[in-house]
Design a protein around this ligand. Structure first.
Ligand code: NAG
Ligand code: NAG
Ligand code: NAG
Ligand code: NAG
Length: 345
C-alpha cells in the first residue's frame, strides 16, 4: 500500500518535472515567433520615468510606430539623424550554451530600458561565410538604438566553435561575455530532443539517446557525441580563457532562471554595469503555463512558455547515472574556474 503510494508520488513528480522541462523547451521554440508582437514594445516606451517625461504622450505614440519601422531596417538617413539612432556593435554577447536558455535570457534582459536585443541569431563569428562579409555587415545586422543603450546579441554556437574567441577578441577585446548553463546531463538530453524533433519532421531515422551517449564497445560515455561534448563546459571555457580574462565572463544559472528569474537577472545587470531596472513588476508567474511571463509596461506583456512543450524521452536511469558521474569532475573544474558553485549532482 505504502509502496504503491510512493510509486504514485514518484510518477507525479516525474510528470511535473517533465512539464517544467517541456515548458522551457516550448519557451525556447516559441519565443522567436513572438518577436512579431514587437510593435507594441518599442525601446522608447521602456526608457523609464526620465525618458517618458521627455515626450508628450502623442509624440511617444508616434515614436512607437516609427521605431518599429526602423527595426525593419528601412529608415531614411534623415529619420535616423533626427532621432539620433545608431546601429552599434554589441557591447555584450550571449555566447551559449545551446539549450541553456539563451533565448529566455535575451528576452528577459530586453526588459531593461537600456538594453536592445538583436532578434535573430546572427552567426557572424561561427560562420566563415558571414565572417568574410566583414564587421560592417555585422553592424548592419544590429537593431537601431540610442547611443546610451547597449546592444546584445546571442548565438549559442559561438561557445563551442573553435575560431570564435579570437574573432570576437579582434572586434573588441574588452567585450562582456554571458554564458547560460544548465545541469549538463539535462542539457545533453534537451539537445538530443531538439535534434530528434528535426529528424522526426523530416521522417528520418534516429537512434535512441542511450545508443548515442554510450559507446557500445566500451560501455562508457561516448565523448565523441556532440550533445555530450557541448556539456563539458570547462573544456570550451578554457579555450576562451586564452583570449579573455575570467572577469569578462558572467555565468548565468539557466536552471534558476526558470524558477527564480529576478535574482539571476539582477546579477547580470550588475555585471553589465546597468542600473537595476528589472523588477518584480516585469516578471509574473503564470500558473497555467507554469512559467514566468514578461511585463514590459501596462499594455505590453509577453509569455515565454506554454505547458505543451516537448516531452523529453525517458532515458535509462543507469545512463543518466553514468553521464552524471562523467560530468562530475568537469563540473568541479568549472565551478573552480568561474567561482560560481552550482548545485549539480
Ligand atoms: C518601411 O517599409 C514599410 C513597408 O515595408 C513602410 O510601411 C514604412 O513606412 C517604411 N518605413 C520607413 C521609416 O521608411
Ligand atoms: C567594447 O566593450 C566594452 C564592454 O562592453 C565597451 O565598454 C566598449 O565601448 C566596447 N568598445 C568598442 C570599441 O565597441
Ligand atoms: C514517413 O515514413 C513512414 C514509414 O516509413 C511512411 O509511411 C510515410 O509515408 C513517410 N512520410 C513522409 C512524409 O515521408
Ligand atoms: C497565462 O497562460 C494562459 C495559458 O497559456 C494564457 O491563456 C493567459 O493569457 C496567460 N495569462 C497571462 C496574464 O499572461
Amino acid at each position: 500500500m505504502l509502496f504503491k503510494q510512493q510509486a504514485l508520488l514518484r510518477q507525479k513528480l516525474f510528470v511535473l518535472g517533465s512539464l517544467a522541462i517541456g515548458s522551457l523547451l516550448y519557451l525556447v521554440a516559441r519565443v522567436g515567433s513572438l518577436d512579431r508582437l514587437q510593435p507594441l514594445c518599442p525601446i522608447e516606451n521602456r526608457l523609464g520615468p526620465r525618458g517618458r517625461a521627455d515626450f508628450p504622450a502623442r509624440a511617444l505614440q508616434f515614436k512607437r510606430g516609427l521605431l518599429h519601422e526602423f527595426r525593419k531596417g528601412n529608415a531614411t538617413k534623415d529619420q535616423i539623424r533626427l532621432h539620433n539612432l545608431v546601429q552599434q556593435l554589441p557591447q555584450a554577447i550571449i555566447i551559449g550554451v545551446r539549450k541553456g536558455g539563451t533565448r529566455a535570457l535575451l528576452e528577459m534582459l530586453n526588459l531593461h530600458p537600456a538594453v536592445v536585443k538583436a532578434s535573430q541569431e546572427i552567426h557572424f563569428f561561427d560562420n566563415d561565410e558571414n565572417y568574410a562579409r566583414g564587421i560592417e555587415w555585422y553592424r548592419r545586422k544590429m537593431p537601431f538604438s540610442h547611443p546610451h543603450q547597449i546592444t546584445i546579441e546571442k548565438s549559442p554556437a559561438y561557445f563551442i566553435t573553435e575560431e570564435v574567441p579570437e574573432r570576437i577578441y579582434k572586434m573588441n577585446s574588452s567585450i562582456k561575455l554571458l554564458i547560460i548553463v544548465r545541469e549538463p546531463t539535462t542539457r545533453a538530453i534537451s539537445d538530443y530532443t531538439q535534434v530528434l524533433e528535426g529528424k522526426e519532421r523530416k521522417n528520418k531515422t534516429y537512434y535512441k539517446f542511450e545508443k548515442l551517449a554510450i559507446d557500445p564497445n566500451t560501455c562508457e560515455v561516448n565523448t565523441k557525441y556532440k550533445a555530450v561534448r557541448t556539456s563539458v563546459y570547462t573544456k570550451h571555457l578554457e579555450r576562451w580563457l586564452k583570449y579573455f580574462p575570467i572577469e569578462q565572463f558572467h555565468m548565468v544559472d539557466g536552471d534558476r532562471l526558470i524558477t527564480e528569474p529576478l535574482p539571476e537577472l539582477q546579477l547580470v545587470e550588475k555585471f553589465l554595469n546597468l542600473p537595476p531596472r528589472i523588477s518584480r513588476y516585469n516578471l509574473y508567474f503564470n500558473a497555467t503555463r507554469g512559467f514566468y511571463c514578461l511585463r514590459f509596461n501596462i499594455v505590453f506583456n509577453k509569455c515565454l512558455a506554454g505547458s505543451k512543450g516537448r516531452i523529453h524521452p525517458e532515458v535509462d536511469p543507469s545512463v543518466i547515472t553514468k553521464l552524471r558521474k562523467f560530468f562530475h569532475p568537469f563540473n568541479q573544474k568549472f565551478y573552480q574556474i568561474t567561482g560560481r558553485k552550482l548545485n549539480w549532482p
